[in-house]
Ligand binder design. Structure first.
Ligand code: CP
Length: 306
């Protein structure tokens, strides 16, 4: 990848992913270090964010770097018609690294092709969200003690949910078994099912969110229906509340089951699940800080002394 950019989780080998997990563990134990002294990092968010932007910015601050950028593209000159190309060329004059979220699929890849500084994809449309995947992998590893041979059930918006697309690709190295639970309108896209077929990854598709599926699951990955991706809001209204996890549905689940959600949640997880020890989504978001510290150091070529 040009400039060490992180565009897709598939840019990293298994060994690189495992190294990043070790770095994340190191940062969890030592979050405050001076590794980014003298560095300026730009966070350009053309789409809304709470966790991704704030955890990246916290990661930079805790490593002694400085942050510039915008959280609302309406306050940038893109609102005057400046192209993404020109925005990236300008910001690369000021920053050592650009972390970018954009509503267009492929925007991060495009930027990485000409940017003089590395680009980290903080989500591009319905395509990929690789830094989320690093914190998901770290969360899975911490809670299961392994990444290998797990049954992962993905529920909700598998069509537009970029987090499930990235996670599916990353798990390819670890012999997963997937359950895809989605309504007909929001099924896992064919290219990701082809990816599974090509790499011998077992998957099963369901429209029913049954306790039978939950009870065989190690990681239950709930997702929000991505309202912002629908061109037909009537269709969104039809599908938005089809799958809600309630505490009563977990009665027969495995002891090691953990419930993940990239957040924000809308109606996918009832509040009575929050007090169940198997609920891990808030801790998962905290893990984002450490995973993103690891990513920033890797793309900037900064050695982490574990
Ligand atoms: N998980 C995630 O990407 O959250 P934000 O949209 O709040 O960044």
């Amino acid at each position: 990848m040009k400039n060490n950019s992180l565009v897709s989780i598939y840019d990293y080998s298994k060994e690189e992913l495992l190294e990043l997990l070790e770095d994340a563990r190191h940062f969890e134990e030592n979050p405050n270090q001076d590794l980014l002294a003298g560095k300026v990092v730009a966070t350009l968010f053309f789409e809304p964010s709470t966790r991704t932007r704030l955890s990246f910015e916290t990661a930079i601050n805790r490593l002694g770097g400085r942050v510039i950028g915008f959280s609302d593209a309406a306050t940038s000159s893109s609102s005057k018609g400046e192209t993404l190309h020109d925005t990236i060329m300008m910001v690369s004059n000021y920053a050592d690294l650009i972390i970018m979220r954009h509503y267009l699929e492929g925007a991060a890849r495009y930027a990485s092709e000409f940017s003089p500084v590395p680009i980290v994809n903080a989500g591009d449309g319905a395509n990929q969200h690789p830094s989320q995947t690093m914190l998901d992998l770290y969360s899975i590893y911490k809670t299961q003690g392994t990444l290998d041979n797990l049954t992962i059930t993905m529920v909700g918006d598998l069509k537009y949910g970029r987090t499930v697309h990235s996670l599916l690709m990353a798990m390819y190295y670890f012999k997963p078994r997937f359950n895809f639970v989605a309504c007909n309108e929001l099924q896992m896209p064919v290219e990701y099912k082809n990816f599974c077929d090509k790499h011998g990854i077992e998957y099963h598709e369901y429209t029913d969110f049954s306790e039978e599926v939950i009870n065989e699951t190690d990681i239950l990955y709930m997702t929000r229906v991505q309202r912002e991706r629908f061109t037909d809001l009537m269709e969104y209204e039809r599908v938005k509340n089809l799958y809600t996890l309630r505490n009563s549905m977990l009665a027969g689940s495995k002891d090691n089951l953990r419930i993940l959600h990239p957040l924000p949640r809308v109606n996918e997880i009832a509040y009575d699940v929050d007090s169940n020890p198997k609920a891990y989504y808030f801790k998962q978001a905290q893990n984002g800080l450490y995973a993103r510290q690891a990513i920033i150091c890797k793309v900037l070529g900064i050695k982490v002394n574990r």
